[in-house]
Design a protein. Structure first.
Length: 204
């Protein structure tokens, strides 16, 4: 049962579950306060329906389905009676559709990373031009360091050095701009702009 399963996971792992659910909800509902309200309803429903979970190994997918239903309910309450439930459900991402996708769900390139990426491009543009070009070509356009070296007319070691230095400068800017929260695997699960953060990050 879910209660027994909860007893077996540590507090840090449970916080990760909560963070994943919130990130999924925020990917569907852009208002952070609304997403938090939906999350509270979802967590309550998870608790009240805990007896219905038969396969403990599918705990997280089960939680995601409840979260998706919570988002659908939110949009259904906002829509006019002339809008069908099918139309609403079609607009809400299904976080899990096949067993193969379950593995991807457990190690996602998650919403926080994608959302944070919207801040990165303006930061790159503030770097010195040669570092800006190195990161744009290598990390955004996907150019190999060999191709980067050929394009820039520098040695491969020089290209590697530019990319590494540019990444380090960018990392320092991100850490200064945002408070980052990581999951057990070291992936970003949430972030919040600091007061010193520039407008590109603050207005995400």
């Amino acid at each position: 049962m879910i209660v027994q399963h909860q007893a077996d996971i540590n507090e840090k792992a449970w916080r990760e579950y909560r963070s994943r659910l919130l990130l999924f909800i925020r990917s569907q509902v852009k208002d952070h306060d609304v997403a938090e309200d939906i999350l509270q309803d979802v967590l309550l429903k998870i608790w009240t329906e805990r007896e219905s979970l038969r396969n403990e190994e599918r705990l997280l997918p089960w939680m995601y389905r409840i979260a998706r239903n919570g988002v659908v309910d939110y949009y259904r309450a906002k829509k006019l009676p002339t809008v069908s439930l099918e139309e609403i459900e079609g607009k809400v991402e299904n976080p899990l559709t096949t067993p193969e996708e379950e593995d991807k769900l457990l190690t996602p390139t998650n919403y926080a990373e994608r959302e944070l990426a919207t801040c990165v491009q303006p930061m790159i543009e503030t770097l010195p031009q040669h570092y800006q070009r190195a990161l744009t070509l290598a990390d955004i356009s996907g150019l190999s360091q060999t191709d980067l070296a050929n394009r820039e007319g520098i040695s491969i070691s020089g290209a590697k050095s530019r990319v590494q230095r540019g990444r380090q400068m960018l990392k320092e800017m991100i850490v200064e701009c945002c408070r980052l929260e990581f999951d057990l695997r070291g992936k970003i699960v949430d972030y919040a702009p600091r007061q010193v953060c520039n407008d590109n990050c603050a207005e995400r």
